[in-house]
Design a protein. Structure first.
Length: 47
């Protein structure tokens, strides 16, 4: 039951991250920068 206490404390402290626009944008930009870095590396290796 300690895990339930931990998740409840996390929710009370940080709120539901699904409805947090900053959390969503950080994921989107992290994914986008990783994708851009992969494209950049693939282009350098291909040319």
């Amino acid at each position: 039951a300690s895990h339930l206490d931990w998740t409840n404390l996390f929710s009370l402290t940080y709120g539901n991250l699904f409805y947090n626009p900053f959390h969503a944008l950080s994921i989107a930009f992290l994914y986008g920068s990783a994708l851009l870095f992969a494209m950049h590396g693939a282009t350098i290796l291909a040319v």
